[in-house]
Design a protein around this ligand. Structure first.
Ligand SMILES: [Fe+2]
Length: 296
């Protein structure tokens, strides 16, 4: 059993918002007593062929927070996503709150700062974020006591956030019938992911787990909530006490067949800057996203 400060009896309200373009689920997590809330993994809309961004998805979340009289305290990123762009700064501008991510974001910034040949104006120290979480860090949403678990493997900076009886697992686990996330991005490691998944599975059996993504396996409807017990028993990649060797072999074989996500190029450039676009390049204030040739 983990030594993390689990508080299964804390009551939390959770509202989900599904983005069908990136199959991401954004959550608003609320303390019913104080009406303080956090947004987990928000999504910016992008028409990539046109180079056009917009915020319909984020506006829906802002509207939900405003109309329910909630106070936004945190904008949590479970990791530097490679499949969608974060809308955290846009939401922060409208509603306040602190943007938080795992402190190992500095490793991701180092790697991708090079990949995208970002200039010296791109700091690799995580300073674009308001809070860099370390393993076991505690924080509050209103009166709710929360903590972050460092769960690398998919990426170095991955964190699972545990709030009451709910854990937001990012891309450590998918629904039991969908397995686990890839571990082949720079800094990813299947064996490390195996350990991180077991950290999550050491939480209480009844803990509710909320996925960052779901792809509707085998044509079923989108699902995003399960439990530690269900993952332990039924997860097709790690359930039933699957050994590390078997998992790593499966994960590496599978990753070798996967294409890069459609939005990896714009996503990483924006998300490594906490959801902000790169600095404007000329006097008209025009911003550009780069495509590194033959690197990814
Ligand atoms: Fe991811």
């Amino acid at each position: 059993m983990s030594s993390y400060p689990v508080q299964m009896d804390q009551k939390v309200e959770i509202k989900d918002f599904f983005d069908p373009v990136s199959n991401t689920i954004t959550y608003v997590v609320t303390d019913p007593e104080t009406k303080a809330c956090a947004v987990v993994d928000s999504v910016m809309d992008i028409d990539y062929p046109a180079g056009r961004i917009s915020f319909e998805h984020a506006d829906e979340i802002i509207e939900y927070i405003r109309s329910n009289g909630l106070k936004l305290e945190w904008l949590l990123e479970t990791h530097v996503h490679a499949d969608h762009l974060s809308a955290a700064p846009y939401i922060q501008e409208k509603l306040g709150g602190k943007i938080g991510i795992g402190e190992q974001v500095t490793v991701v910034q180092g790697v991708f700062g090079k990949v995208f040949n970002a200039g010296t104006e791109f700091a690799r120290d995580g300073s674009q974020f308001d809070k860099l979480f370390q393993d076991g860090d505690t924080y509050q949403i209103g009166n709710l006591k929360c903590f972050a678990m460092h769960t690398p493997g998919h990426t170095p900076a991955c964190m699972v956030h545990v709030i009451g009886d709910a854990a937001f697992v990012g891309d450590t686990l998918f629904m039991p019938d969908s397995g686990t996330a890839r571990a082949d991005f720079p800094g990813g490691d299947a064996s490390v992911l195996y350990d991180s998944i077991h950290k999550v599975l050491s939480l209480p059996d009844e803990m509710r787990l909320f996925m960052c993504h779901d792809y509707g396996a085998n044509g079923r409807d989108i699902l995003f909530e399960t439990t530690v017990a269900a993952e332990k028993n039924e997860n097709i990649h790690v359930g039933n006490s699957t050994s590390r060797e078997k998992f790593v072999e499966m994960r590496e074989a599978r990753d070798a067949t996967l294409d890069m996500p459609n939005l990896i190029v714009p996503s990483i450039q924006v998300n490594m800057r906490a959801g902000r676009l790169p600095e404007a390049e000329n006097e008209t204030g025009q911003t550009y996203l780069k495509v590194p040739v033959n690197v990814l």
